[in-house]
Design a protein around this ligand. Structure first.
Ligand code: HAM
Length: 437
């Protein structure tokens, strides 16, 4: 039997409706904040991710799905490397949305210099070659937002508030959510901070795992969230970003917290929150659901240097993304369903001699916007009624020879079993409001 790739899922039925519901909530909420939807390509040049996310991150080093056309693949395999390929021939499936959005902003020049910030949201599949487990997939879905062109700390607070509102609209109560925040500093203060963390790791080399020793050279801050408990314990004594911020970053962070306090948003300061992508500067945040066992359901932060890394003018940015599959699981653990029921429908049943009439009545109902089901298998009237029940029809329209001759249909309410005769040309007007109820 053909099988899907491990760590991927089929979205259909209620699960698909849950994803669509999440997109509807996003469109509605983000629309009210003035965001436009964007969709960037699922494949980008590798450099877009390497420059943006960072060469030393796990996402770039270990998790990106590389893409080669059938024409290039044999050559790459034979040479054992893609080094000879032109940059535009080196492609990868997007592991996240931010780098692609910023690349699009640079390439299409859609952030006006000195103008109002550009606000976009997306809902798309992302691809990461991680070891699949609960809440960790190789193809998963994110809803995210990006705001390009403003560095005001009020915006950081507003973006975080919008994230929490999004979670609430999906069904979480505020108490179920734990919001953690931190400041990562910027180009002025981070290099020195990284150096001091590197030195700390080297000073404790005999207590740290191999991975952390490697991290000391390539990405020392990642040692704060090493999977090894002992490393994390050692790191509790390491220098913290918040104690090493330059004056501007410290002031920015203090203002973000003041705005959150003013808005009554509960948060926990987590000085070890470093995030897995290199482009972050200043504010970073993550949201977990205690006891859900799925990891963070969303996270994001400010990335004031990313536009330049993608070849654009210096332009500040901030955003976040949430994971659909993790949210679905976390809500389920709380006994809340993200699934919406299927749209109510009408079933048009008939005696076998009236098949042609069903065809035209169904067309007429659909043209009026009524979701309509019918039988294509020549079932008996009785089994058509059963089928109507099974598909959850709210109303069954029955066409027999007598009805059709009289220009009417029998309309049966599936819940109350009440039946009335309705002229065929008034059918749509009769059923539409009854379905909407
Ligand atoms: P991220 O923290 O890597 O951030 O991913 C955001 C969310 O996507 C996570 O909190 C999680 O819910 C979900 N997620 C990540 N990896 C997986 C996976 N393998 N399986 C299932 N769900 C997953 C970003 O991607 C940034 N681009 C967010 C951002 C936008 N920062 C600024 N703007």
């Amino acid at each position: 039997m053909a099988q899907k790739v491990q760590g991927t899922e089929d979205l259909y039925g209620g699960y698909m409706r849950a994803w669509q519901h999440m997109l509807d909530v996003a469109r509605d909420l983000y629309g009210s904040y003035g965001f436009d939807q964007i969709e960037t390509p699922a494949i980008e040049q590798v450099d877009t991710f390497v420059h943006g996310i960072g060469e030393s991150t796990d996402v770039v080093r270990k998790e990106m799905f590389r893409v080669f056309s059938g024409a290039l693949l044999p050559d790459v395999m034979e040479r054992g490397s893609e080094a000879h390929l032109k940059p535009r021939q080196r492609m990868a499936m997007r592991p996240e949305g931010t780098a692609g959005v910023v690349r699009a902003a640079v390439e299409n020049n859609f952030v006006p210099q000195g103008g109002a910030p550009v606000k976009v949201w997306y809902g798309e599949a992302m691809f990461r070659g991680e070891r699949p487990q609960k809440g960790r997939l190789r193809q998963f879905h994110q809803v995210g937002v990006e705001v390009l062109g403003a560095s005001d700390p009020a915006l950081d607070a507003e973006v975080i508030i919008m994230l929490m509102q999004f979670f609430e609209r999906l069904g979480f109560s505020r108490d179920a959510l734990m919001l953690r925040i931190n400041s990562m500093g910027d180009a002025a203060c981070r290099p020195a901070y990284r150096k001091s963390v590197r030195q700390f790791i080297l000073d404790h080399a005999d207590e740290m795992c191999e991975d952390c020793l490697e991290r000391a050279e390539v990405n020392p801050l990642r040692a704060f969230d090493c999977k090894n408990d002992h490393c994390r314990e050692v790191m509790t004594a390491a220098p913290l970003a918040k104690d090493n911020l330059c004056d501007d970053c410290a002031a920015h962070y203090a203002q973000v917290k003041a705005y959150l306090d003013e808005a009554g948003v509960a948060y926990v300061e987590d000085p070890t929150l470093v995030r897995g992508l290199d482009y972050y500067t200043r504010t970073v945040f993550e949201v977990d659901v205690a006891g859900s066992g799925v990891g963070a359901i969303g996270g994001g932060g400010r990335y004031d240097g990313l536009m330049e890394l993608e070849g654009g003018r210096p332009t500040p940015g901030i955003g976040y993304a949430v994971g659909f599959e993790r949210i679905y699981l976390a809500l389920k653990a709380l006994g809340i369903s993200l699934e919406t029921s299927a749209e109510p429908c009408v079933y048009v049943a008939c005696t076998p001699d009236q098949r042609a009439k069903v065809f035209s009545v169904a067309q007429q109902l659909r043209a009026a916007g009524v979701r309509t089901e019918e039988d294509y298998q020549g079932r008996s009237l009785k089994s058509q009624f059963k089928q109507a029940d099974k598909v959850g029809a709210r109303i069954c329209v029955v066409l027999g020879a007598d009805e059709v001759a009289a220009g009417v249909a029998t309309v049966r309410d599936m819940a109350s079993h009440e039946q009335v005769k309705v002229p065929l040309d008034e059918l749509a007007a009769y059923v539409a409001p009854r379905l909407a109820k």
